[in-house]
Design a protein around this ligand. Sequence first.
Ligand code: SF4
Length: 191
Amino acid sequence: MRILLHVCCAPCAVYPLAQLSSQGHEVTGFFYNPNIHPYQEFRRRIEAVKQYGEATGQAFALDEQYGLTEFLREVVFHEQDRCARCYDMRLQKTVAMAAAQKIEAFSTTLLYSKYQNHQLLIARCRRLAEQYDVRFHYEDFRLGWQQGIDTSRSMGLYRQPYCGCVYSEQERYDKQFRRCKKNQSEGGGGI
Ligand code: SF4
């Protein structure tokens, strides 16, 4: 079967691509991530995908246009719901491309990450599959979590320290912000 696999980054693509290829599928990776900020981080992640493609011969379609404006227009004033909107942006473009190119199925490397909302991803993919009449190929790629880490490390692929958007970058590095969030979740009421 031909599958268009949305690729969020090279390390997350390693296991899903190996798994799908071992099952005999013909897979094209599609890097489309307007969520990634800042610009230099966006470029680093694209370069890592290219590095992986050159090392393995895996085919990728890359959207190299930096999506700052597009992403912010989608999530500003909807910050609490931003991940669902972020998933939709990326998955919708993927499934639309699969439909246009008559590729039978689509999937996403977001299903590899233990840090993403797996059930929400499945629900969004199923809805889009119906809408575009393209099959959603589901696998729990999290099963290959350690394998993906080991391989990406051994290949020297850039491994990013945060999910991608400017909000996730703050959550990763701003200690005061993290303390505040922890206090709020424990009923402490912030700083
Ligand atoms: S945390 Fe990750 S999934 Fe959520 S909006 Fe930011 S980049 Fe997208």
